[in-house]
Design a binder for this molecule. Structure first.
Ligand SMILES: [Zn+2]
Length: 184
C-alpha cells in the first residue's frame, strides 16, 4: 500500500461516524462478536438516571459538580463526554471526562439488581445489533473496594448472562481483571 492510500485520522473518524448510524442491512444484520467490553462502561444515560433515582444518589457533571436533575439533562451530558465522536462541547463545566463518566457510573451500582440491569441492557442491545458472542470484563476489585460483596456483583452479572444465553442466543465469556484494579 502506498502512502496516499493510508487513510487519515479524520477520514477514519468520518467513516466511523457515518457507519455508527448506518441502516444498511448488510451491516445491521451481519452477525457480530465483541471481544473486549468493560461492562461498567456500557451504562446508558437511561440506566444512569434510573440507578440514581433507585439508589438516591444525585448525579453531577464537571468540576463544579453541577447537578443533573432530569433524564434529559443526563442524556445531554453524554453528548459532551470529551473525546467522544461528535462531542458537542469541550467546555469542562459541562462535559464529562471519560473517567468521570466511567467511575461516576460505577458508584451508582449498589445491588444485585443494579448489576443485572447493567448487564442485561448491554446483552439486549448487543443482540439487537446482531451480536452472537462477547467477552465481558468487569472490575471486581473496583466494586469490592467500595464495600460491595463480590456475590452482589457476580450474582447480577451471572443471572443476566444466563438469561441472555437462553432468551437472546448470546454466548459469552467473562473476565474478572482482578490483578488489574484500573480499567485500561
Ligand atoms: Zn480493556
Amino acid at each position: 500500500m502506498s502512502n496516499n492510500q493510508v487513510s487519515t485520522h479524520e477520514q477514519r473518524q468520518e467513516w466511523r461516524a457515518h457507519h455508527l448510524h448506518s441502516a444498511s442491512p448488510f451491516l445491521t444484520q451481519m452477525p457480530k462478536i465483541e471481544l473486549h467490553v468493560h461492562i461498567e462502561g456500557t451504562m446508558t444515560p437511561e440506566l444512569r438516571w434510573k440507578l440514581s433515582q433507585r439508589n438516591n444518589i444525585p448525579l453531577t457533571i464537571g468540576p463544579q459538580k453541577t447537578p443533573l436533575t432530569s433524564l434529559k439533562q443526563t442524556h445531554d451530558a453524554y453528548k459532551h463526554i470529551r473525546g467522544r465522536i461528535g462531542a458537542a462541547s469541550t467546555k469542562p463545566q459541562e462535559s464529562f471526562t471519560f473517567y468521570e463518566a466511567y467511575y461516576g457510573g460505577m458508584e451508582l451500582l449498589r445491588t444485585e439488581e443494579d448489576f443485572y440491569d447493567l448487564a442485561w441492557e448491554y446483552f439486549d442491545k448487543f443482540a439487537g445489533m446482531g451480536g452472537v458472542y462477547c467477552e465481558v470484563f468487569f472490575d471486581a476489585q473496583g466494586h469490592t473496594r467500595r464495600g460491595l460483596e463480590i456475590s452482589v456483583v457476580m450474582g447480577g452479572l451471572k443471572r443476566a448472562q444466563m438469561n441472555a444465553e437462553r432468551e437472546l442466543g448470546v454466548s459469552y465469556s467473562s473476565y474478572d481483571p482482578f490483578p488489574n484494579p484500573v480499567a485500561e
